[in-house]
Write a protein that binds this ligand. Structure first.
Ligand code: ZN
Length: 242
Protein backbone atom coordinates (compact mmCIF):
# COMPACT_ATOMS: atom_id res chain seq x y z
CA UNK A 1 0.00 0.00 0.00
CA UNK A 2 1.28 3.46 -0.87
CA UNK A 3 1.47 5.55 2.29
CA UNK A 4 2.39 8.81 0.61
CA UNK A 5 0.10 11.68 1.60
CA UNK A 6 -0.38 14.55 -0.83
CA UNK A 7 0.11 17.75 1.18
CA UNK A 8 -2.58 20.04 -0.21
CA UNK A 9 -1.41 23.15 1.67
CA UNK A 10 1.84 23.08 -0.33
CA UNK A 11 -0.09 24.50 -3.31
CA UNK A 12 -3.03 26.14 -1.55
CA UNK A 13 -2.56 27.56 1.95
CA UNK A 14 -6.17 28.82 1.96
CA UNK A 15 -7.78 25.37 1.64
CA UNK A 16 -9.87 24.93 4.80
CA UNK A 17 -11.93 21.84 3.87
CA UNK A 18 -11.11 18.78 1.81
CA UNK A 19 -12.17 15.21 1.09
CA UNK A 20 -9.78 12.30 1.40
CA UNK A 21 -9.50 8.53 1.54
CA UNK A 22 -8.22 6.67 4.60
CA UNK A 23 -5.13 4.60 3.70
CA UNK A 24 -4.42 3.27 7.16
CA UNK A 25 -5.87 3.42 10.67
CA UNK A 26 -4.34 2.38 13.92
CA UNK A 27 -3.26 3.18 17.45
CA UNK A 28 0.00 4.69 18.57
CA UNK A 29 0.69 5.04 22.28
CA UNK A 30 -3.01 4.62 23.05
CA UNK A 31 -4.01 7.33 20.57
CA UNK A 32 -6.12 6.69 17.46
CA UNK A 33 -4.74 7.82 14.13
CA UNK A 34 -5.47 7.69 10.41
CA UNK A 35 -3.24 8.13 7.38
CA UNK A 36 -4.92 9.86 4.43
CA UNK A 37 -4.20 9.96 0.69
CA UNK A 38 -4.26 13.77 0.88
CA UNK A 39 -4.56 16.41 3.57
CA UNK A 40 -4.85 20.15 4.17
CA UNK A 41 -3.53 19.73 7.73
CA UNK A 42 -0.05 21.14 8.33
CA UNK A 43 1.96 18.61 10.37
CA UNK A 44 4.17 19.53 13.32
CA UNK A 45 7.54 20.79 12.09
CA UNK A 46 9.61 23.74 10.93
CA UNK A 47 9.26 25.41 14.34
CA UNK A 48 5.46 25.35 14.08
CA UNK A 49 2.71 23.32 15.81
CA UNK A 50 0.41 21.20 13.67
CA UNK A 51 -3.07 22.26 12.64
CA UNK A 52 -6.06 20.97 14.55
CA UNK A 53 -9.58 20.47 13.22
CA UNK A 54 -11.96 17.61 12.43
CA UNK A 55 -12.30 14.49 10.26
CA UNK A 56 -15.98 13.57 9.80
CA UNK A 57 -16.69 15.66 12.87
CA UNK A 58 -14.14 13.86 15.07
CA UNK A 59 -11.52 16.15 16.65
CA UNK A 60 -8.00 16.00 15.20
CA UNK A 61 -5.73 16.89 18.11
CA UNK A 62 -2.40 16.79 16.26
CA UNK A 63 -0.80 15.78 12.98
CA UNK A 64 2.70 14.37 12.96
CA UNK A 65 5.14 12.98 10.45
CA UNK A 66 6.48 9.63 11.62
CA UNK A 67 9.20 8.22 9.31
CA UNK A 68 7.61 9.99 6.34
CA UNK A 69 4.07 8.84 7.24
CA UNK A 70 1.62 11.63 8.10
CA UNK A 71 -0.53 10.54 11.06
CA UNK A 72 -3.73 12.42 12.00
CA UNK A 73 -4.35 11.75 15.71
CA UNK A 74 -8.04 11.80 16.64
CA UNK A 75 -10.02 11.79 19.89
CA UNK A 76 -12.06 8.78 18.71
CA UNK A 77 -11.52 6.15 16.00
CA UNK A 78 -12.47 7.11 12.43
CA UNK A 79 -14.34 4.12 10.91
CA UNK A 80 -15.25 5.49 7.47
CA UNK A 81 -13.04 5.14 4.38
CA UNK A 82 -13.99 8.53 2.95
CA UNK A 83 -13.58 11.52 5.22
CA UNK A 84 -14.38 15.21 5.13
CA UNK A 85 -11.63 17.21 6.76
CA UNK A 86 -11.85 20.72 8.17
CA UNK A 87 -9.02 22.66 9.75
CA UNK A 88 -9.42 25.19 12.58
CA UNK A 89 -9.09 28.21 10.33
CA UNK A 90 -8.60 31.08 12.80
CA UNK A 91 -5.69 29.27 14.38
CA UNK A 92 -4.16 28.35 11.01
CA UNK A 93 -4.52 31.89 9.69
CA UNK A 94 -2.70 33.25 12.75
CA UNK A 95 0.10 30.72 12.10
CA UNK A 96 0.21 31.91 8.46
CA UNK A 97 0.52 35.54 9.61
CA UNK A 98 3.21 34.62 12.16
CA UNK A 99 5.23 32.53 9.69
CA UNK A 100 5.13 35.21 6.98
CA UNK A 101 6.08 37.80 9.63
CA UNK A 102 9.06 35.62 10.53
CA UNK A 103 10.21 35.54 6.88
CA UNK A 104 9.87 39.31 6.58
CA UNK A 105 11.74 40.02 9.83
CA UNK A 106 14.47 37.55 8.83
CA UNK A 107 14.76 39.26 5.42
CA UNK A 108 15.07 42.75 6.95
CA UNK A 109 17.73 41.64 9.44
CA UNK A 110 19.64 39.80 6.70
CA UNK A 111 19.56 42.79 4.36
CA UNK A 112 20.32 45.52 6.93
CA UNK A 113 22.81 43.77 9.20
CA UNK A 114 23.86 40.65 7.24
CA UNK A 115 22.72 38.34 10.04
CA UNK A 116 21.26 34.89 9.38
CA UNK A 117 18.29 33.24 11.05
CA UNK A 118 19.63 30.45 13.26
CA UNK A 119 16.25 29.23 14.49
CA UNK A 120 12.64 30.18 15.03
CA UNK A 121 9.52 29.18 16.94
CA UNK A 122 6.08 30.05 15.54
CA UNK A 123 3.33 30.31 18.16
CA UNK A 124 -0.16 31.78 18.28
CA UNK A 125 0.36 34.54 20.86
CA UNK A 126 4.00 35.33 20.17
CA UNK A 127 6.87 34.01 18.05
CA UNK A 128 10.63 34.26 18.24
CA UNK A 129 13.63 34.26 15.93
CA UNK A 130 17.30 33.72 16.77
CA UNK A 131 19.79 35.74 14.71
CA UNK A 132 23.48 34.95 14.46
CA UNK A 133 25.89 36.64 14.34
CA UNK A 134 24.25 39.92 15.30
CA UNK A 135 25.32 42.94 17.33
CA UNK A 136 22.14 45.03 17.34
CA UNK A 137 22.48 48.82 17.13
CA UNK A 138 20.85 50.88 19.94
CA UNK A 139 17.75 51.69 17.87
CA UNK A 140 17.42 48.09 16.61
CA UNK A 141 13.75 47.64 17.65
CA UNK A 142 12.70 50.96 16.12
CA UNK A 143 14.42 50.39 12.77
CA UNK A 144 13.16 46.80 12.49
CA UNK A 145 9.57 47.58 13.52
CA UNK A 146 9.31 50.64 11.26
CA UNK A 147 10.66 48.77 8.24
CA UNK A 148 8.38 45.79 8.93
CA UNK A 149 5.23 47.87 9.36
CA UNK A 150 6.06 49.85 6.20
CA UNK A 151 6.12 46.54 4.25
CA UNK A 152 2.70 45.73 5.74
CA UNK A 153 1.32 49.14 4.74
CA UNK A 154 2.77 48.63 1.24
CA UNK A 155 0.67 45.41 0.95
CA UNK A 156 3.38 43.33 -0.72
CA UNK A 157 2.12 40.20 -2.54
CA UNK A 158 3.47 36.88 -1.20
CA UNK A 159 3.84 34.25 -3.89
CA UNK A 160 4.41 30.51 -3.50
CA UNK A 161 5.65 28.49 -6.46
CA UNK A 162 7.93 25.64 -7.47
CA UNK A 163 11.09 26.29 -9.50
CA UNK A 164 14.03 24.22 -10.70
CA UNK A 165 16.84 24.46 -8.17
CA UNK A 166 19.37 25.53 -10.80
CA UNK A 167 17.11 28.39 -11.94
CA UNK A 168 16.59 29.81 -8.47
CA UNK A 169 20.31 29.67 -7.64
CA UNK A 170 20.90 32.07 -10.55
CA UNK A 171 18.15 34.49 -9.51
CA UNK A 172 18.89 35.12 -5.82
CA UNK A 173 21.58 37.19 -4.12
CA UNK A 174 24.67 35.67 -2.54
CA UNK A 175 23.25 35.68 1.03
CA UNK A 176 20.11 33.81 0.06
CA UNK A 177 21.94 31.47 -2.29
CA UNK A 178 23.37 29.77 0.80
CA UNK A 179 19.84 28.88 1.99
CA UNK A 180 19.12 27.13 -1.30
CA UNK A 181 22.55 25.50 -1.46
CA UNK A 182 21.83 23.88 1.94
CA UNK A 183 18.95 21.84 0.47
CA UNK A 184 19.77 18.18 -0.27
CA UNK A 185 21.00 17.51 -3.84
CA UNK A 186 17.97 15.23 -4.37
CA UNK A 187 15.67 18.28 -4.27
CA UNK A 188 15.38 19.37 -7.91
CA UNK A 189 12.14 21.37 -7.63
CA UNK A 190 12.22 23.92 -4.83
CA UNK A 191 9.15 25.42 -3.17
CA UNK A 192 9.77 29.12 -3.04
CA UNK A 193 8.11 31.67 -0.80
CA UNK A 194 8.63 35.13 -2.27
CA UNK A 195 7.62 38.39 -0.63
CA UNK A 196 7.64 40.68 -3.66
CA UNK A 197 10.57 43.06 -3.57
CA UNK A 198 11.67 41.88 -0.13
CA UNK A 199 12.56 38.21 0.04
CA UNK A 200 12.85 34.89 -1.77
CA UNK A 201 13.61 31.73 0.24
CA UNK A 202 12.91 27.98 0.18
CA UNK A 203 10.15 26.96 2.62
CA UNK A 204 7.55 24.20 3.06
CA UNK A 205 5.29 26.19 5.37
CA UNK A 206 1.95 27.96 5.25
CA UNK A 207 1.82 31.69 4.42
CA UNK A 208 -0.59 34.54 3.78
CA UNK A 209 -0.94 35.89 0.23
CA UNK A 210 -0.20 39.52 1.11
CA UNK A 211 1.76 41.26 3.87
CA UNK A 212 -1.32 43.45 4.57
CA UNK A 213 -3.01 40.38 6.11
CA UNK A 214 -0.39 40.24 8.87
CA UNK A 215 -1.07 43.74 10.18
CA UNK A 216 1.49 45.59 12.27
CA UNK A 217 3.72 43.78 14.74
CA UNK A 218 5.25 44.72 18.05
CA UNK A 219 8.70 43.55 19.11
CA UNK A 220 8.33 42.77 22.80
CA UNK A 221 11.78 41.47 23.73
CA UNK A 222 15.36 41.36 22.45
CA UNK A 223 17.58 39.01 24.42
CA UNK A 224 21.27 38.35 24.16
CA UNK A 225 21.65 34.55 24.19
CA UNK A 226 25.46 34.66 24.06
CA UNK A 227 27.85 33.64 21.27
CA UNK A 228 26.62 36.60 19.12
CA UNK A 229 23.07 35.20 19.13
CA UNK A 230 20.17 37.63 19.56
CA UNK A 231 16.64 36.37 20.23
CA UNK A 232 13.80 38.61 19.00
CA UNK A 233 10.29 38.05 20.32
CA UNK A 234 7.30 39.58 18.53
CA UNK A 235 3.51 39.73 18.62
CA UNK A 236 0.83 40.58 16.08
CA UNK A 237 -1.00 43.79 17.01
CA UNK A 238 -4.34 42.25 16.03
CA UNK A 239 -4.06 39.23 18.34
CA UNK A 240 -2.55 41.01 21.35
CA UNK A 241 -4.33 40.19 24.60
CA UNK A 242 -4.58 43.81 25.82
ZN1 ZN B 1 9.35 29.40 6.30
Amino acid sequence: MIMQTEMLYMRDCYLREFEARVLQRGEDGGRHFVVLDKTAFYPLGGGQSSDTGTLNGIRVTSVQKDAGVVKHFTEAPVHETLVKGAIDWDKRHTFMCMHTAQHLLSAIVLDLWGSSTAGNQIELDYSRIDFNPLTPPTDFIDILTTKFNKAVDDALPVKIYFTARDEVLKSVDERRRRLFARLPESVKEVRIVEIEGADKVPCGGTHVANTAEIGHIRITKVDNKGKDTIRVRFELEKTRAD
